[in-house]
Design a protein around this ligand. Sequence first.
Ligand code: SAH
Ligand code: SF4
Length: 346
Amino acid sequence: MIELIGLSKKELEQELINIGEKPFRTKQLWQWLYFHGATDFDKMSNLSKDLREKLKQNFTITRPKVVNSQLSSDGTHKWLLEFSDGQRIEAVYIPEEDRGAVCISSQVGCAVGCKFCNTGTQKITRNLTTCEIISQFMTARDVYNDWTVKDRKLSNIVVMGMGEPLHNTDNMIKALQILTDPDGMAIGRRKITLSTSGIANKIVEIIKASGVKLAISLHAPNDEKRSQIMPINKKFPLDAVLKACQDYQKLEGSRYITFEYLMLKGFNDSLQDARELVSLMKKYKLGAKFNLIAFNPWEGCGYESSSKNTIRAFAAEIEKGGFEAPIRASRGQDILAACGQLKSKK
Ligand code: SAH
Ligand code: SF4
């Protein structure tokens, strides 16, 4: 049996040809899978009964198993999802006023091992397949019955769940291409943001292939501090990451890059740190916007979040330097669904 979710359009066409079908069926089937969100071949009403039988005999349409579902007091919804080999990840829906974003994972665990991140304490088990990446979003759409309705609630995607997406670049690119395909889910490229810890040699490749927005987890204004909290900085120091950002901006014209900056009490939150950040951005001439994130604690982390006043003063200093620096509200903390809190194993 061949799993249909996660095949590219070309691969789907080939599978149909392999069972003796005409290539034009590809678009019809694609629309059932990705526009209607069908999981049952019998619902595919514009396909003949014979064809539906043949599809059933050869193919599967799989969703992960929802093992646990938790709803936060602020509406944030977290799912623990299990794949066919028993591996588990978490995905989160973050509602805004009239729409919202689904935060999806790219790996089981993460090899980067950032000191402040709960996911990073869970060693890497494996990459997610293309099917597993997109089916997180598809499961969320199932839950909210958000497939063929007029004003979809689940309008945005952030690749900010478990794992480093650029350690799984090939499957990720394919997933983004399926999510943005105009005949299927048709999520706008600018409605998807991919966050990376800075795998410098993959940044341009994935943006070229997918066109989505880029966010970089910066978290420190210099190599010395960044290496202390993000071991990946030894392999890809700031210069490599920011040069890749320059290349990205050449490619994408005037687009801004979002730099995520975690506010860690007494570590990276001084006005001097803010000024260093501003000069770093000016040195590399980057069109940048900061997202200041209050640190979300988890058991055994050893860090504390900066106070609200410190964060406000830090934001003001960055804005004085000419860059936007909104403070990102933390969502779903009560169910450990906020940034850096996801984990699927004890
Ligand atoms: N691996 C990718 C994407 C997932 S992490 C990356 O690191 O960019 C999504 C964001 O949450 C990153 O900016 C990450 O640095 C941040 N984060 C990690 N731990 C956190 C914590 N405890 N509190 C707040 N944000 C955290
Ligand atoms: Fe991995 Fe991102 Fe967590 Fe770092 S912050 S350990 S890269 S998931």
